[in-house]
Design a protein. Sequence first.
Length: 311
Amino acid sequence: MSNPVAAAPAPLVRVRHLSKAFGAQSALDQVSLDIYPGEGVALLGASGAGKSTLVKILGGLLAPDAGEVWVDGVQQRFVSPLSARRVGIVAVHQRPDDGIAPGLSVAENLLLDELCQPDADFLLNRKNLLQRAQAIADGLGLDLPLQHPVERLGQGDRQLLVLARAFALQPKLLILDEPTAALSATDAERLLGLIDSQRARGVAILYISQRLSDLQRVTNRAIVLQEGRLTSDLNTRHLPSAAYTLFGDVAEHPRVTPDKTLPVPFLERFTRAGFIRNRAEGRAVQEQLAGLRVDPGVAGLPQTRKYTPEL
């Protein structure tokens, strides 16, 4: 009696014939790919190849001109990062300070996505907030000074904080853009270990990096974009340096200093301790949120900058 053949796993995310143009310039041209649960996929390509456009479409920041995105077998049409997060796609961009709210504690930054919700309770009990934040940190194996002002954190802990907040959303697909670029070797190893643990739990990772060592550590497959087209699907561990040179700079990415954090107007209503003191202030914050809300961005903060196409 023969053993039945195991059915192939279904893709978590299925992209079909995705296209996007900015004026006469094509950024994506009929891109199709599948991403499976627990898979690590490297996204490679030289500047202008279409990586940022693909990531922004998957993360809900851009709408495609044509094509389909399916998640868990259901076709999606994202209108915002929030709509992408609701089906489990969360994107974290390169600069951690873009996802940090100054003037708040580490715990409040960790729960910032919850605070940004339209129905958020702004009269948070400090004990309950710290308990929720501690549970998230413990679940990820992170030792963060939750009661300290977030400004006291070093660069590595800030990146881990932003990543922890993304994992707190329980993503199915996490998109990471150069997450170790500004980190020391020690901090990078901590972050990569956290990514490894989440992959083991079934979280899929779409990873952008110029560090070949990171790609071979985090991913098992590499997809290559050239001039908006998907041209290759490779085993990452067999990706030779010579071939990678064709798709971008193979040198270890230099350290960068993140841009100055943009002001977050509604958060200025918080007291220095980080909490709303009464219901009147709570209503004032909610009114500001209603006026400002475009949608929380990929890092969980309201985005006030105009979008400039980045192919």
